[in-house]
Each structure stands twice: as structure tokens, then as C-alpha cells.
Design a protein around this ligand. Structure first.
Ligand SMILES: [Zn+2]
Length: 400
């Protein structure tokens, strides 16, 4: 059996980390952090409430033309990203990490209801356990996976965070997770069963502009190398869809690139492990955050050019042109509400909804409205219907 390198690494992050929070957090820890962060230079915003009434916070710091968003804890069964985000906020509060030339927003716990179920589950499982995936902590209180809800936006958690994303308008999104090593009985190490202990993915290859792909790819490789170096974990880059399949924008990580934002997803092996390997797992996510900041501070112009070119991408490749859709039917008002939630300029005219393009979120608009759009056809091949008439009682008419 190959041993994971458990030797501590002696970078300045690690020495700091050793003084910091290394256990399984609770929603109360997040609330305490929000209170101290708001006294120590962060602008703390309650972006919404979970189904059980727990606050969801975005903690903002810094200023500049480039904005970075860090989202941890969509799945409450994945503690390391949450703890890393919390430690990161503390390190900024202590001036151990300086944020210059950019604005940063950290959502340390996107699904506090799920997190509240993690501690009790790990106790019951006797973590580390290779059989226990703590599914009830992964999901929201209504037992839904919020990381499948970024198109339909049915859950209050995704609605709140999606609306924050549109207000904050980040250039880069880091989506931090942990995975569950299957085929783990008898207990096996993740790199034996999966071939890696952690992985990093960039933006989807189909539907996303080459510029957003390029920025995501560069960041993903920097992060991969940094994590491997800092932790000794085996880290792979997994390319979403392997360049073949189109990934429906039901995941945060496939949704934001279609809105023109670069994205990197980091996953460490950690579900069901409790505090086992917690040091490496936290360090991995902290490295992802730190390296992103470092990269952006040196490449502000590049990030801004990516944004500008992404906006023109559909126009350049001829996908974009004047187009008009009319949505009619008993659920027209709900359709209008849904499209507006996605930042789409839709007008309620009598009892129908009128959408004219091009506009800022044309790609998402066409995914929701146009079953002749090539992406919608590709998603359908994967049995995912994305047009709003698949869940609302409306008919969609393309006028030109
Ligand atoms: Zn996850």
C-alpha cells in the first residue's frame, strides 16, 4: 500500500495553520467567524437563509477591478473546504495574507443545514469510515443536492447564492469540495481505488468561450502543482466531459463558466474521513485559494481581457444575433420570475414574457428557451432537459 506523505510541510502557511482550526466545524462556528470578521475588515453580508433558518454568509474584503468568489460547503459532508475557507478568513483578519488589487468574497458554508448533520453522522460512523458517506449532511434539509440546482434554482440556498453571484459579478469562482472514495471495502486508499487523492477541474469544454477555458485551465494547473507540492497528495486534473460531453449547467462549476466566469473546482478525498488527513485536506484548499490570489494579483490585465473577450465570443463565432422569444401559458409569471433570477432581461407584456437578444446572459437564456440551440440538444443526449417548458406550464415561441 502506498502511503500518503504525512510528513508536515514547513511553509509559512503550515506553521500558521497549526495554530488554527483543524476540527469538524458546526454552523455556530461559521456564525462566530462572521461576527469577528465583520469587526476585522470584512464586509459580512447575510445573503440568505437556509431552509432551517440558518444564515448563509458572504464575507467580502479588498477592492479592485477584479473579483474572486470562493464557495465552500455546498455539501455539508465535506468539511475540509469549509475549514480552509474559515482559516483563510482568519489569516486575512490577522494580516497574514494581504489582499491587494482585487475584491474577494468568501462563502465559507453554502449549506449550513447539511453541515449541522455532519458531526453527529461522523460520531455514528466512527470516522474515518470507508463505508459512510453521510448523505444526510451532503444534502439540504429537503434532501436535495444543491449542486444540481443551479439551473432550476428551486432551493433557497441556491437562489440566495446565485443572486449574490450576480450582484458581486466575479471573474473567477473557486468551488471547493471533497469526494467519497468508492470501492473502499476492505478499506483502501483513494489513490489506489481512484488513482488520486485530490483532483482539480477547469471549465467545461463545450459551450464555454476559449478565453474562459484558458484562464480556468491555467489556474487549474497552478493549483494542482501547488497542492501536490504542499501536501504530498496525488493530484490529478480531470477535464470536465473529457472534451466530448457537454456538461449541463445544473452544477455551480458548469453554470458560472456559461455566464462568462472562469472557474476551478478542487476536490480532496475526505467524505466520511472525519479528521483523518484533515491537515493535508485543509492545506490543499488553502493552497487553491492562496495561489488563485497570487496569480490574479500578477495578472489583473489578463483576467480583464478574458472577461472582455468572453462577452464577444458568441458574436465572433456567429452564435449570437438578434433573436426574440415569447413565452406564454398559465406559468408565464413564474417563467418571468425565473428568467429574471438568471439575470435575463425579460419583459412581462400582458400575459406573455418577451425576451430579446443579444444580451449579457444570452447563453443561459438560450439554454432555458431554445431547444434548437446546439447545447440544449447535447444536454438532451444526456437526458437533461433545460428549457423552462420542461418544468413550467408554458410554451416557448421563437419569433426570429
Ligand atoms: Zn461536493
Amino acid at each position: 500500500m502506498r502511503r500518503i506523505n504525512l510528513e508536515p510541510c514547513f511553509g509559512n502557511v503550515v506553521t500558521t495553520l497549526s495554530r488554527l482550526f483543524l476540527s469538524i466545524p458546526t454552523p455556530q462556528d461559521i456564525e462566530n467567524l462572521a461576527a469577528s470578521a465583520s469587526r476585522r475588515g470584512f464586509k459580512v453580508e447575510e445573503v440568505g437563509r437556509s431552509q432551517e433558518g440558518r444564515p448563509i454568509y458572504a464575507m467580502r474584503v479588498g477592492s479592485g477591478d477584479v473579483r474572486i468568489l470562493i464557495v465552500a460547503g455546498q455539501h455539508g459532508s465535506e468539511p475540509a473546504p469549509i475549514v480552509a475557507a474559515m482559516n483563510f478568513v482568519r489569516m486575512v483578519m490577522e494580516n497574514e495574507i494581504r489582499i491587494e488589487g482585487m475584491e474577494l468574497a468568501v462563502i465559507p458554508c453554502a449549506n449550513p443545514d447539511g453541515l449541522s448533520r455532519l458531526g453527529p453522522c461522523l460520531e455514528r460512523c466512527g470516522a474515518p469510515s470507508w463505508k459512510c458517506d453521510c448523505a444526510e449532511a451532503r444534502l439540504t434539509a429537503s434532501l436535495r443536492d444543491m449542486n444540481r440546482d443551479w439551473l432550476e434554482l428551486r432551493l433557497p440556498e441556491t437562489q440566495a447564492i446565485h443572486s449574490f453571484i450576480h450582484r458581486f459579478d466575479p471573474h473567477i469562482v473557486l468551488d471547493l469540495h471533497e469526494f467519497y472514495a468508492r470501492r473502499g471495502s476492505p478499506p483502501r486508499w483513494a489513490h489506489e481505488t481512484e488513482g488520486f487523492d485530490a483532483y482539480v477541474t477547469d471549465a467545461p469544454y463545450i459551450g464555454t468561450s476559449p478565453e474562459v477555458q484558458a484562464l480556468s485551465m491555467v489556474l487549474a494547473s497552478i493549483i494542482r502543482n501547488a497542492i501536490e507540492k504542499a501536501t504530498g497528495l496525488v493530484v490529478k486534473i480531470l477535464r470536465p466531459g473529457n472534451g466530448i460531453a457537454a456538461i449541463p449547467p445544473i452544477y455551480l462549476g458548469s453554470h458560472v463558466p456559461l455566464e462568462g466566469r472562469a472557474k476551478v473546482l478542487v476536490e480532496t478525498w475526505g467524505v466520511g474521513l472525519g479528521t483523518y488527513l484533515i491537515y493535508e485536506r485543509i492545506l490543499a484548499h488553502l493552497e487553491a485559494i492562496r495561489r488563485t490570489i497570487e496569480f490574479v494579483s500578477k495578472n489583473v490585465d489578463f483576467v480583464k481581457i478574458v472577461e472582455r473577450l468572453d462577452r464577444r465570443y458568441d458574436e465572433i463565432v456567429g452564435l449570437e444575433g438578434p433573436r426574440k422569444y415569447v413565452v406564454k401559458g398559465p406559468d408565464a409569471v413564474r417563467a418571468h420570475e425565473h428568467l429574471s433570477r438568471h439575470g435575463i432581461d425579460a419583459k412581462l407584456v400582458e400575459d406573455s414574457v418577451v425576451i430579446e437578444m443579444p444580451q449579457r446572459f444570452s447563453r443561459i437564456a438560450r439554454i432555458l428557451l431554445d431547444d434548437s440551440y446546439y447545447l440544449v440538444k447535447l444536454f438532451a443526449e444526456r437526458s437533461v432537459r433545460t428549457t423552462i417548458d420542461s418544468w413550467l406550464n408554458v410554451s416557448i415561441h421563437r419569433i426570429y
